[in-house]
Design a protein around this ligand. Structure first.
Ligand code: SAM
Ligand code: SF4
Length: 338
């Protein structure tokens, strides 16, 4: 096993940071109402986003220097980036110094091209996938995503299972008056298909800035609605943001991510890198650290590691959605990387 020279990266509140979310593009083939405006997105130029080499370098520094053991690829829509399996192959080579194990390499995707990519991504070393799908009704799905086709996403979910991803998770953002009548339908879909639904509370990261608290369906209400039909019990677990519930009849489990009503900031172990190489120490951070300039001006690995540590040194205790001191980030979810 390689020598372990890593030292944990600890934020001012004593939380060890070990999870890296990398947005590899700001582009997307969908226009989900809660994420992007229908028209007028200004995409970054190709030269303005991190290359695969630069992404790999930042990831390697986080893993080798600081012992990160989880990486999630996101966007925008990661599958719109060309030759994605090549990036996955490179990241899959990284080894966590303390254990010698590969990093837990995951991706979040809208699933529209996953049927074409699932086998290649699995072979390249992707370990886990979350596929987003907010309605099981074709017309509503199209209205919610602007231009998506439900059939293709369902094929993507099927392909993920066939390729051997296990568990396949399906992310559902629940919005009052939009899709909150489908919670039990999704539970049934998860039970039938053998996939784990992750219900997510709607967060104030919509590009239009129209979010309001009354559009949030609290996690508690989601669990009650499903539990009334299929009895569940909470699963005791570690630091992951989702609270998981197991069906008492043994037909699997689902999770709820209560970012708004029960923030999990005190267990937060992640940082993010945007497509243009900015470190964000929180989804709702108002400050970013510019790695892109460092990467393109001959900085050493030490310089980059120090910049990442400097950003983590500014990490706050937590966001304050719904309170008067909450500051909405200037960017929407697709630009930050969900
Ligand atoms: N395009 C990919 C996808 O949709 O899965 C990856 C990027 S997307 C920004 C990552 C996740 O963020 C998706 O599951 C999406 O549903 C979720 N998301 C986007 N905007 C959100 C919001 N305002 N509140 C809660 N979740 C949101
Ligand atoms: Fe695209 Fe994902 Fe945002 Fe939907 S949630 S617009 S699929 S980036």
């Amino acid at each position: 096993m390689a020598v372990d020279n890593s030292a944990p990266l600890v934020d001012p509140y004593g939380r060890v940071v070990r999870d890296l979310r990398i947005s590899i593009t700001d582009r997307c083939n969908f226009r989900c109402t809660y994420c992007m405006p229908e028209e007028g997105m200004q995409w970054l130029d190709r030269a303005e986003i991190l290359t695969y080499e630069e992404i790999e370098r930042v990831a390697r520094i986080c893993v080798e220097r600081y012992g990160f053991d989880g990486i999630r690829i996101t966007g925008g829509e990661p599958t719109v980036r060309a030759r994605l399996p090549l990036l996955i192959q490179r990241l899959a080579q990284l080894r966590v110094p303390a254990t010698g194990a590969a990093v837990d390499l995951a991706m979040t995707t809208n699933g529209s091209s996953f049927a074409l990519l699932a086998a290649d991504l699995k072979a390249a070393g992707l370990s886990r996938v979350n596929i987003s799908c907010d309605s099981l009704r074709p017309e509503r799905f199209q209205a919610l995503t602007g231009r998506g086709q439900l059939g293709r996403v369902l094929e993507g979910i099927d392909a993920a299972r066939t390729a051997g991803f296990d568990p396949v998770k399906v992310n559902v953002v629940v919005m009052r008056g939009v899709n909150d009548d489908e919670m039990v339908d999704f539970a049934e879909f998860g039970r039938r298909q053998g996939v784990e639904i992750r219900f997510i509370e709607f967060m104030p990261l919509d590009a239009q800035g129209e979010w309001s608290m009354d559009q949030v369906v609290p996690a508690e209400e989601i669990v009650e609605a499903i539990g009334a039909v299929y009895p569940v019990e909470a699963v005791v677990q570690g630091s992951e943001p989702a609270t998981r519930y197991r069906y008492l009849d043994g037909a699997g489990a689902f999770g709820v991510i209560a970012s708004v009503t029960r923030p999990f900031c005190e267990g937060c172990d992640r940082i993010r890198i945007t497509a243009e190489g900015q470190v964000r120490n929180c989804l709702f951070a108002v400050h970013e650290t510019d790695l892109m300039t460092l990467l393109r001006s001959g900085a050493t690995d030490d310089d980059i590691a120090a910049a990442i540590a400097g950003d983590v040194g500014r990490k706050w205790a937590g966001h304050s959605i719904g309170r008067v001191n909450f500051i909405r980030p200037a960017r929407g979810m697709s630009q930050i990387g969900g």
